[in-house]
Design a protein around this ligand. Sequence first.
Ligand code: CA
Ligand code: CA
Length: 206
Amino acid sequence: MVLRRPGFLVFGRRSLVVNQRGSSLVEFAFAAPLMVMMIIATIEFGMIMFVSTLMESALRDAARFGITGQEPDGATRLEQIIAIVEDRTIGLVDMDNATVEVRVYPTFGDVGRGEAFVDGNGNGAYDPGETFTDENGNGAHDADIGEAGAGEAGSIVAYRMEYAWPLRTPLAGQFIGEDGKFVLKSAIAVRNEPYDQAIGAPAPGG
Ligand SMILES: [Ca+2]
Ligand SMILES: [Ca+2]
């Protein structure tokens, strides 16, 4: 059954209907490749969003483990943190090409902060020879004062992850990313539980 628009019935011109169908076919021929491209782009963007969300929740789960101070059997805390991230990203993140950083800071305000320096040439970055405050006393300027590790009880710890997602379609690479890759980042900062006090502490009233 063919449903016709009221307009065609009023004017009773069948030729108009035929012309309409013909031009619709031509329009479709032009539109089809565009539609396919849009569908592919939608899938690609969907994957990026999905992996990005996975990374966020993986880091959260890793941090949730990290704050407890638990030492798993046969692995260090950092190894376990990486294992959690790998597990929670369900194989979509190639861990050999991803970076996971866990660093300890004195305060939340220090997260990601570099050592102070006098920007002699005014380029907004530290350059060799410029005066700097060597806060950690390692004789070098550090662009990030965070100390690698999962920290002690009560430590402030930042978890960062970066992964260059390889775009599945060259088409998407025309619009986003670089060299066929789109860099995904996620980060979270937490304070470790005061687990040193909890262990062996007598129960209230006992
Ligand atoms: Ca400089
Ligand atoms: Ca330093």
